[in-house]
Design a protein around this ligand. Sequence first.
Ligand code: B16
Ligand code: MG
Length: 213
Amino acid sequence: METKAFIFDLDGVIVFTDKFHYQAWKKMADRMGICFDETINNRLRGVSRMDSLEIILERYEGAPLSQPEKEALAEEKNESYRKLLATMTPADVTDQVRETLKELRGRGYKLAIGSSSKNARFILEKVELLDAFDAISDGNNIANSKPDPEVFLKAAEYLGEDPAACIVVEDAYAGVDAAKAGGMCAAAIGDAASYEKADYKLEVFEDLLKIGL
Ligand code: B16
Ligand code: MG
C-alpha cells in the first residue's frame, strides 16, 4: 500500500530526554537506597512510567510496596523529570530533524507522534514543534503500552489513515514490535537499527527522505 503518513516515536527519535529520565529516576532510587545505573536505565527505553518503576524496584530490598506507594514514587520521579524538561528549548531539536519533518510534510505526508510519554505535549511545546504534527497519540490516550500497537493505531486513527499506509519511526525494540503488531512498516534508528524486524534502517534521521519520496 502507498505510504501516506509517518508516525514518530518522541524520546530517542525527535528529542533525547533519556538523560533527564535517568537523573530523575536516580534521585528517587538514591533516596530509597535502590541500586540504579545507566545499564538499568537502558531497559527503560520506550517503556511506560509505571513499568519503568517496576524494573527499578527489582533491586528494592525493602518491604513490598502498595499500589498507592508505587504511584507516589512515580509521581515523585515525574515532578523531578518535569523540572528538567522545563529547561528544554528549541535548540534541543536538531536542524536535520526540523528540516526533514518540514520536507516530508511538503511532499504531502501526514505526520503524527506516537509516544508512550504522558509528557509528550509539554516536551513538544518546549522545543516548539507542536505545529509540526497533524496528530498526537501519547501515554494519555492509551491503556496498553508498547509493544502493544495501541499508541500507533490511535495515531493512524487520528490521522484518518489506514495503519498499512503508515511508517512508524522508532528507536526501541518494543516500538518496532508495536508497529509490526499494528500492521505498519517500521523504520528503526539508534538502538533499534540493528533489529531484524525493522523494515528500514536509518543511519541518520534525514534517511527518511529516501523512503518518503
Ligand atoms: P512519561 P517514547 C517514553 O517515550 C520513554 O522512552 C520512556 O523512557 C518513558 O518511561 C515513557 O516515555 C513514559 O514517559 O513518564 O513522561 O510518561 O520513547 O515512547 O517517546
Ligand atoms: Mg523512544
